[in-house]
Design a protein around this ligand. Structure first.
Ligand SMILES: [Fe+2]
Length: 404
């Protein structure tokens, strides 16, 4: 099997080496995709990146709905006594397993698997199947797990009961406490189900691992999203009759629009076309295959749409607007205290589960990202309009409690 070295690059202070091992679609197969039926369904390519030589790696795949595709990432850390800790597993496809077995051959087997969230179904769904591929690993999960629509025991979700434990509130009570500290955010009461996330600090490499709370938005599409650029090019069009064409400029344009979709649902710079009109316009589309959604393209971007994207990049770190408006503001005090507790760690890079990684950032920048809870926000208020409407409906119907 050929191993493709896709490149080495400087990113911040880190030098990243990227590997993608397989060109055979069978190696990308993920059979449990109907559990959370989102793009790319049964075929998931994996990109392994070495962030710190012989110490820390990321494994990236993509996920999305209606071609709004963003990276989803697991982080693997080498333990000093040998063996590996896996934070937030991705789909254990044959390719993903092989890339990880290569690390096991060099550094020892997977010893610990961490599920750091209770609400992120896009992370939770992989942990049971992943753990079954690594039968000697101990699984640790964030406290107060739940499932939807009904609460099921973790064993029903494929978690191995005999080797699954809940992360204790006191991080010094784990077998990896010498090398890692962690802080649990929440649970934050959202009415139907709570939100919680566990940030891990790897002491030796001074790396902070987070799941959904912090992101950094790159100007260019990440490599993993470019393995299949079709979603980028789909969203680079201005109207239904435009051809789907490929160029670096169009990939970038599609990516930046995808970011706006993923972070705001519908930013103020996006108009939607009524469905009936979109159906009529589809008759002029050059491609009307199922892959091209039968030519339906119900979006009209305003001329100034790039201003909204530029605002997302004003600061290096960002709390996703969805979390700002609908989740973390449900318990501002708890969130700010959690961010403060993380301040005792002297980290120099952050590795989140989505968008860019690694991010060169320290605690001050991390703390600054949460000042939206204290009334400071550099993002355009107009872009929050749709989420504020959703928030108002949810509060009015008492589905979620009000912000506090
Ligand atoms: Fe997530």
């Amino acid at each position: 099997m050929p191993i493709w070295v896709m490149g080495t690059e400087e990113r911040g202070r880190d030098t990243i080496t990227t590997l993608n091992s397989s060109s055979r679609p069978g190696d990308w197969f993920w059979g449990f995709w109907p559990l959370v039926p989102i793009y790319p369904y049964a075929r998931r390519q994996t990109l392994r990146q070495e962030i710190i030589p012989d110490t820390l790696w990321t494994f990236e795949q993509v996920q999305g709905i209606f071609y709004v595709v963003v990276p989803v990432r697991m982080t693997v850390v080498k333990l000093e006594a040998g063996g590996l800790l896996v934070y937030s597993p991705v789909a254990p496809t044959p390719e993903c397993k092989r890339l990880l077995r290569e690390l096991e051959a060099q550094h020892g087997e997977v010893k610990y698997i961490i599920l750091p969230t209770i609400s992120g179904l896009e992370h939770k769904v992989f942990v049971g199947p992943f753990a079954r591929c690594f039968p000697n690993a101990q699984v640790y999960v964030a406290p107060q797990q739940w499932s939807f629509p009904i609460d099921l025991p973790l064993s029903w979700l494929g978690f191995p009961p005999e080797r699954t434990e809940v992360l204790p509130p006191d991080s010094s009570k784990t077998p990896f406490a010498d090398e890692f500290d962690y802080e649990i955010l929440g649970p934050i009461d959202l009415g139907l189900r709570p939100f919680s996330e566990v940030a891990f600090f790897h002491k030796r490499s001074r790396s902070l691992l987070v799941t959904d709370t912090i992101v950094s938005i790159p100007e260019e599409p990440p490599e993993v999203v470019q393995l299949d650029p079709y979603p980028l090019l789909f969203h680079a069009r201005d109207e239904a009759r435009d051809r789907i064409e490929d160029s670096p400029q169009l990939r970038r344009k599609g990516w930046q629009r995808i970011c706006l979709f993923a972070l705001y649902f519908r930013a103020s710079v996006l108009d939607t076309i009524p469905l009936l009109k979109a159906f009529l316009l589809a008759s002029n589309a050059p491609e009307r295959s199922k892959k091209a959604y039968f030519g339906i393209y119900p979006f009209k971007w305003k001329e100034n749409w790039q201003q909204s994207f530029a605002a997302l990049r004003k600061s290096n770190l960002l709390v996703a607007p969805i979390l700002q408006t609908l989740i973390l503001n449900r318990n501002s005090k708890e969130t700010l205290n959690w961010a403060k507790r993380i301040g005792r760690w002297d980290f120099k890079r952050i590795v989140p589960c989505h968008f860019s990684a690694p991010i060169t950032a320290d605690w001050q920048q991390f703390r600054e990202a949460f000042t939206f809870l204290e009334g400071k926000n550099s993002l355009p208020r107009a872009d929050f309009e749709v989420m504020e409407q959703i928030d108002e409906i949810l509060v009015r119907t008492r589905i979620v409690p009000p912000a506090r």
